[in-house]
Design a protein around this ligand. Structure first.
Ligand code: ROI
Length: 169
């Protein structure tokens, strides 16, 4: 069993409902257990600002799928929920599912970069992750989550949403 952490994000078509639906889909993946879900967070877009605010969360899965099998499933869920890949970099999306951490594996190929390449610079990824991990949590590459949190830029727009706006498992 690998302990896996997924980042979820949406800023189109009712983002909270998108995350609820994605978590429901994650809970039904084969060979996989949905262990825990973070709070939901709202923040202004990083990147082009002419797009709606994002809702983000993180999920802890335990799985016997390989990282690439899991990625195939995540991309199928994104497509099912209306994700359209546009040429525009960092544009709005109905659903983004990223493998942040895959056990103690370090992966770098044309499809996957794990630990996720940008996570250290993104409070909307690190704060949800910190809901799920102990403070002394170490990434596969030796970095401590607590250090990433301390060193990442402050996002004054980031808000933790009240629990009733998030789904409970
Ligand atoms: N900005 C925020 N706040 N949250 C995201 O999930 C997010 N995802 C992205 C870009 C466009 C970089 N900006 C984001 O992919």
């Amino acid at each position: 069993m690998e302990q896996v952490y997924i980042g979820l994000g949406s800023n189109l078509a009712e983002p909270v409902a998108q995350l609820d639906a994605a978590l429901s889909a994650l809970s039904q993946l084969p060979q996989t257990e949905l262990v825990a879900v973070s709070a939901y967070y709202s923040s202004a877009p990083l990147g082009p600002s002419d797009q709606p605010r994002y809702t983000n969360a993180a999920a802890h899965l335990a799985t016997t799928l390989t990282a690439h099998q899991l990625l195939d499933h995540l991309q199928a869920i994104e497509l099912k929920q209306g994700r359209v890949r546009k040429a525009e970099r960092w544009g709005p999306r109905t659903l983004d599912l990223d493998i942040l951490l895959f056990g103690q594996h370090i992966l770098a190929d044309e499809r996957l970069c794990v630990p996720h390449y940008h996570m250290h610079a993104r409070p909307f990824v690190l704060l949800p992750l910190a809901d799920l991990c102990p403070t002394d949590f170490k990434l596969a590459d030796g970095r401590r989550l607590a250090d990433l949190l301390r060193d990442c830029p402050i996002d004054p727009t980031l808000q933790r949403l009240p629990a009733q706006q998030s789904c409970t498992i």
